[in-house]
Design a protein around this ligand. Structure first.
Ligand code: MG
Length: 385
């Protein structure tokens, strides 16, 4: 079991309660917002990723009855994560989560709808709780805040004293548990754990949160949560069709009376895909990496070269999607599109649904329309590390 704290003291056992029991009605989604995908993972999976890299040794996901099955499937992907069903209010759900967590030294309470929490932020709330009994993530208010009654402003509040509360909110387990116990159902009107703790006679300590640690509440929050650092790459290539060569596209042999001419296997589709990847990553193109003056690449399998390019590009970011179009008058590729997608997705190490290949003609115009060449164009989305 992981623990934190000074080595000459008893290890501090840290547990976590992640509240996911809301319905997310304000987000306008037809499902719980913690199950909204941000990139390739749901919000709650991003939260669990952060907690799995933190000092918390066990975690309870508090679910609504409707989502219990899905939450259990998600929990199974992680170690020491269990699921319990929550209540009608956030506070009731936290209390049920603390019951399910069982006694430990420090309890970290977090909202499943804050997917950008980091292990570092979790740790700073834990450190504060070890030292002061509590550590509540908060950021200074950016907007000027007024008290309003009806349509009238009745008080101008001093912004320098105002903080916006976030989660994690972390406490000594015994104290936050006793606070929830002592307040009973009156705790259920509290909107955060610091308020429950405060009503029980304690004064919680704040730690620096992050403006990035947003809570998904409204539709605009879902837009703000879109992955940042996306780069687009483009690639284009054309090869001449000649007799006596194989026609290979996306690593697939396509029966045809001619094949593409080139130094390597002349897989024009894979060449365009490689250049799109390299362009997104800001790396030199395939003409530089695999020059046609180098005999090592004579007759080379372009799929093998794609494997090498993928490795280089992965050092720069995560490949999110690739889309390509083959431009040829003949042959017709409809029957091979699915195999090309599979083959490229395997080489790229990404889901086949993230790779698309289409085909078009030039309506008999130009060298492609005359059947003298085949071209391909590709684009890709790369997410920064
Ligand atoms: Mg080429």
């Amino acid at each position: 079991m992981r623990s934190t704290g000074n080595s000459d003291r008893a290890p501090t056992v840290v547990g976590a309660v992640i509240v996911c029991a809301g319905t997310g009605s304000r987000s306008g989604l037809p499902y719980n917002k913690v199950l909204h995908y941000i990139g390739q993972k749901t919000a709650v999976e991003l939260v669990l990723d952060a907690f799995s890299r933190s000092c918390a040794s066990r975690t309870v996901l508090v679910s609504s009855p409707a989502d219990e099955r899905r939450m259990s499937e998600i929990a199974e992907q992680y170690q020491n994560v269990t699921v319990c069903v929550g209540g009608a209010t956030r506070a009731e759900s936290v209390k049920l989560g603390l019951d399910a967590l069982g006694a430990c030294d420090i309890a970290v309470i977090h909202d499943g709808a804050r997917p950008f929490v980091t292990p570092e932020l979790i740790q700073s709330t834990v450190d504060s709780a070890i030292e002061h009994g509590s550590g509540v993530a908060a950021v200074r208010a950016v907007d000027t805040v007024k008290r309003v009654s009806g349509k009238k402003i009745i008080a101008h509040l001093d912004r320098s004293e105002l903080y916006c509360m976030q989660t994690p909110q972390t406490f000594r387990y015994s104290e936050i548990y006793a606070a929830y116990e002592s307040l009973g159902s009156s705790a259920y009107e509290c909107t955060d754990d610091a308020e429950v703790y405060g009503r029980a006679g304690h004064s919680a300590c704040v730690v620096d949160g992050s403006y990035r640690n947003i809570k998904l509440t409204t539709a605009s929050d879902l837009f703000r949560a879109m992955p940042l650092g996306i780069k687009i790459g483009v690639g284009f290539d054309v090869h001449k069709l000649v007799a006596g060569r194989k026609l290979i596209l996306g690593g697939i042999d396509i029966p045809f009376e001619k094949g593409l001419d080139g130094h390597s296997d002349a897989d024009v589709l894979t060449h365009a895909v490689m250049d799109a990847l390299l362009s997104a990553a800001g790396l030199p193109d395939i003409g530089v990496l695999f020059p046609d003056t180098d005999d090592r690449f004579l007759g080379a399998s372009s799929m093998k070269l794609l494997g090498e390019v993928t490795e280089r590009v992965r050092a720069e970011g995560t490949i999110r999607s690739v889309s390509a179009v083959v431009i040829a008058q003949r042959p017709k590729f409809a029957g091979y599109i699915s195999s090309m997608r599979k083959s490229l997705a395997t080489a790229l190490g990404i889901d086949e649904r993230s790779v698309n290949v289409s085909a078009t003609t030039t309506e008999h115009l130009g060298i492609i329309g005359d059947g003298e060449a085949i071209a391909a164009s590709a684009s890709c989305l790369l997410e920064d590390k």
